[in-house]
Design a protein around this ligand. Structure first.
Ligand code: SF4
Length: 270
C-alpha cells in the first residue's frame, strides 16, 4: 500500500458534511473510506452482481451486453442467448444476423455482436476455450476493458477487484476519496484506501448506493446514512428529509432499512 501523504481537494462551497479533502490526511481518508464501506455493508447486506450467470463465459458475455443497458434487460435476453451459444466455439462460429437479433434489446447490438464473436474466437484460439482469469489476459480480449475484466475477476473467479462504473466514480468523488475522473485513476485511488479482500463487495455496495440513494442529478442526502461522513451532503441533493425521502429508490423493505439506518423511520420524514 502506498505511503503517499497526498490529499484530495474539496470544492469551494461543498456541502454540509464533514471536511473530506483539502485538509484531510491519507490516513484519515483510509479510515473514512473503510467506515463508509462498513456502513454500506449494513445498508446492502446482500449486494452482489445483479447479472444472471453460471459460468465465467456467461458473466463475460452478460457484462459486455450490460454496456449502456440495464442489468434487468440483459437478464431478460441472456437465457435464450446462453442456450443458443453454450461455449466459446459457438460464439466464434455464430451467424452474425441471428446473434444480433438475439441481443438487439440491449442496444448497440452490432458492436456487441462483433465483440462476442471476437471474444469467442480469442478464447478458443488463445485460451483453449476457457475464459482466462487474469486482468492482463482478460483485457486482451476484444471489447473487454478493465471494468468488464474486474467484474469477471471478482464475481466469476473470486479475485478482488474494484469496478469503476459511472456510479462508483461519481460517489468516490462526492465522498472526497478521489479527485480523478479517469476510471483507472479512480480505481487506483480506491484500491489504496479500501482493504483488498473488500474490493469486490465494496464495488457492489457502492454501485447499489448510487442506484438507490446517491443519484447523479438529485441525491437523497437528507435520508442518506452516509451524510455524516460525506463532504457533499446537502450539496448533491436536498438535505431536507421530507424532500429526500421522495428520491429514494428500491422496494419497500430496502427503503425501510435505508431510512432506519439514516435515523428516519418509514414515513418519519413526513
Ligand atoms: S446521497 Fe448525499 S450524503 Fe449520501 S453519499 Fe450521496 S452526496 Fe453524500
Amino acid at each position: 500500500m502506498s505511503t503517499t501523504t497526498s490529499t484530495v481537494s474539496r470544492r469551494p462551497g461543498a456541502g454540509s458534511g464533514p471536511p473530506g479533502g483539502r485538509s484531510q490526511s491519507r490516513l484519515a481518508r483510509v479510515r473514512r473510506a473503510r467506515a463508509i464501506n462498513r456502513d454500506l455493508a449494513r445498508a446492502y447486506p446482500d449486494a452482489t452482481c445483479e447479472l444472471t450467470f453460471s459460468t465465467p463465459l456467461e458473466l463475460l458475455v452478460a457484462t459486455v451486453l450490460s454496456a449502456q443497458c440495464t442489468d434487468a434487460r440483459v437478464n431478460a435476453v441472456t437465457p435464450a442467448l446462453f442456450a443458443r451459444y453454450p461455449d466459446a466455439a459457438a460464439y466464434a462460429g455464430a451467424d452474425r444476423a441471428e446473434l444480433e437479433e438475439l441481443i438487439r434489446p440491449t442496444g448497440f447490438f452490432r458492436a456487441k455482436a462483433d465483440h462476442l464473436i471476437g471474444i469467442g474466437a480469442a478464447v478458443l484460439d488463445r485460451f483453449g476455450g476457457e475464459v482466462p482469469s487474469t486482468l492482463d489476459e482478460l483485457v486482451s480480449l476484444p471489447g473487454v476493458g478493465r471494468k468488464t475484466a474486474n467484474v469477471v475477476l471478482g464475481d466469476a473467479f473470486g479475485v478482488p477487484g474494484i469496478t469503476v462504473d459511472t456510479h462508483l466514480g461519481r460517489l468516490a468523488r462526492r465522498w472526497g476519496l478521489t479527485g480523478e475522473t479517469d476510471p483507472v485513476a479512480v480505481e487506483r485511488d480506491l484500491c489504496d484506501l479500501i482493504e483488498q479482500p473488500e474490493w469486490t463487495h465494496f464495488s457492489h455496495r457502492a454501485i447499489l448506493h448510487g442506484r438507490r440513494v446517491c443519484h447523479s442529478r438529485r441525491a437523497a442526502c437528507g435520508v442518506c446514512l452516509l451524510a455524516s461522513r460525506c463532504p457533499s451532503a446537502g450539496e448533491a441533493g436536498p438535505a431536507d428529509p421530507r424532500e429526500a425521502e421522495r428520491l429514494l429508490r428500491g422496494d419497500d423493505e430496502e427503503r425501510g432499512r435505508l431510512l432506519a439506518l439514516a435515523g428516519v423511520g418509514v414515513g418519519g420524514a413526513e
